[in-house]
Design a binder for this molecule. Sequence first.
Ligand code: SF4
Length: 351
Amino acid sequence: MRPFGYLSAPDLPTALDAVAAGARPLGGGTNLVDLMREDVERPETLVDVTALPLAGMDELPGGGLRIGAVVRNSHLAADRLVRSRYPVLAQALLAGASGQLRNMATVGGNLLQRTRCPYFRDHAASCNKREPGSGCAALGGLHRGMAVLGTSEHCIAAHPSDMAVALVALDAVVEVQSVRGTRRIPLAELHRPPGETPHVETRLAADELITAVELPALPVARTSRYRKVRDRASFAFALVSVAAALEVRDGEVVDVRLALGGVATTPWRAREAERLLLRAPATDETFRRAAAAELAPAVARPDNAFKIELVQRTVVATLRQLATERSSAERADGTERSSAERADGTEGGAA
Ligand code: SF4
């Protein structure tokens, strides 16, 4: 590993000054440190942000939730308010990594994790993301795990985060700060498709630090699920995944959120499918038609063409499961939770 500087920031202004001077933020280090060991990432200085006062979770007026950027994935998954109001998020986190990794990984770091395309870490292979302009070895190589949506001729790597797929379905907003001020970015706009610049993965400026993620009050999210299909039962990246929230009344879809993972270069909000689902009968036929429309623009290669059918089936299975559960209105009856309830341990078990 190359030598690097290390600073543990005692407060936010110190961290923002360091980032403005070129330091890379260090959360749990579960991805960045790995890549430094493999000489893919070469930061000159790391600024450790885990001691900053960004580890809290606070209810927002109206029922939303503000999640500090250095909240550990394990804490977020176990939070009783998250489990009751946004079960899709807790499930995505638990599906996302081993317990050891969840104990280290932070919310901000999870959003900025980099691709698991094997060529990205292989210095003998061409990779536009690692070395801009060098080419893409995956196009003519191993691409079973690669994306079919949002790709370009310069990169077809799938986005690796499970958590981000759930958050994009939940209309999450990311708060970022820099020495220039604070701004908010809808999570659906944080990650950039590869286009001609696959190495530019987000819309963050170089001096910006993710400080929080905010979830709006979203009643439909009480009836939500994350379903992940992978090669082995645990500790593997998604071949395909689906984050869905659904409310059905009198057999008709009255609210829906849908996002896809493992199939796209960014956490993929399935807006075309949502459009077709809303006010339609909650039937398998509707679910199939919506999933097919969302995947219509997919571009597959020989080894990942199976993902198109697999993710459509996973969408149908997930929506069918949600449609047969109690409606969110029924579930809300007597189950509205407050932070006091969250603290007194009356709901569910910790992960
Ligand atoms: Fe690199 Fe993207 Fe091609 Fe993988 S798919 S080799 S990350 S450019």
